[in-house]
Design a protein around this ligand. Structure first.
Ligand code: SF4
Length: 327
């Protein structure tokens, strides 16, 4: 069953003062769906629009255009009902910001049980201890303040809070990126086990393709507000080949044609973005209105890349790419 459907989502923000207003297109005409019980990973660099799209998917932001369907009905961010709010939970990157510093671990987990009236009061304590235990927080730590926990432990408590609401979908927005590598692996394992045990559906947002490989069922790569590549089965991971995906993976792509410098010169485009040595470029810099959003950085760009938007089309069964060369 399709749990979430995003249909032609566009999100535009106004920026600047009264005299010099400009538009920032965070998301451009994105259509995606999430099946019940699967983990869809949305991957891209900072500024690619993935967090905005995640917030739209769970009804926290209203898109400028397009609509979100949750279990077949329209999810309107201005009036999400209690049932849908309960069903759509979030776990964020920064657990220190997400958990009230005045609360104990048990108070954090109690919040959704109390707010959504999910159990009689005399059962709260047992339910809270069960959930904390399920994420690896021992009973005798339940009354410790959130400030006394490490980042990894606090992320476990935030996961328990999301679980307490009995969610149908959890938005996991970079849940590992502020943690040490060894702790990341533990949290990833925990999320994988919980998904199986509770039949959860995840929308996982990450900048790290290799990490999501270990948990995702399907994958979409986002750049400058557009989906540039999508696979319906993580088994197709090794076939990923869009030039931007290849950059994220740190590998050469096998698109047919090599750089065409004279074509770029004809198109009057700059190579500045491609010269970045860190690879950490803010994708919002590529606010192109014509052609491929990745053209300014792409080593394979040619004249048509600056003029024609490449549509997301089937490269092989279950694998779609938006690139003129990847045909
Ligand atoms: S359409 Fe052109 S610029 Fe865009 S990714 Fe493909 S080759 Fe590069």
């Amino acid at each position: 069953m399709r749990l979430i459907e995003l249909q032609h989502i566009t999100m535009t923000y106004q920026s600047g003062g009264r005299l010099h207003q400009s538009e920032v297109r965070a998301v451009r005409d994105v259509t995606l769906h999430i099946e019940q019980g699967e983990c869809l990973a949305l991957v891209g660099e900072s500024g690619s629009g993935k967090s905005t799209l995640g917030r739209i998917a769970v009804g926290l932001e209203k898109p400028t255009e397009g609509r979100v369907l949750f279990k077949g009905h329209i999810l309107d961010a201005r009036k999400v009902d209690r049932q849908d709010r309960q069903a759509l939970q979030m776990v964020y990157q920064n657990s220190f910001e997400a958990a009230n510093p005045r609360f104990t671990a048990s108070q954090v987990v109690e919040e959704p049980i109390r707010y959504f009236r999910l159990a009689p009061k005399n059962e709260w304590n047992q339910r809270i201890l069960e959930l904390l235990g399920r994420v690896g927080i021992p009973k005798d730590e339940a009354e410790k303040k959130t400030t006394e926990f490490s980042g990894g432990q606090l992320q476990r408590i935030c996961i328990a809070r999301a679980l307490a609401a009995r969610p149908e979908l959890i938005l996991l927005d970079e849940p590992l990126s502020s943690l040490d590598v060894s702790v990341q692996a533990q949290i990833l394992n925990l999320l994988r086990h919980l998904k199986e045990e509770f039949g959860l559906t995840y929308l996982l947002i990450s900048h790290d393709l290799e990490t999501v490989y270990n948990i995702a069922d399907r994958l979409a790569v986002m750049y400058a507000g557009r989906i540039v590549e999508e696979i319906d089965d993580i088994e197709l991971f090794d076939s990923l080949r869009h030039p931007y995906t290849a950059l994220l993976l740190g590998k050469d792509t096998d698109v047919e044609q090599k750089p065409a410098a004279e074509d770029k010169a004809v198109a009057g485009e700059s190579d500045a973005a491609a010269d970045d040595e860190t690879g950490e470029i803010d994708a919002t810099a590529d606010d192109r209105t014509e052609g491929c959003v990745y053209a300014n950085r792409c080593p394979y760009a040619e004249k048509r890349c600056f003029e024609l938007v490449p549509e997301l089309t089937e490269f092989e069964q279950g694998h779609r790419i938006a690139c003129h060369h990847c045909r």
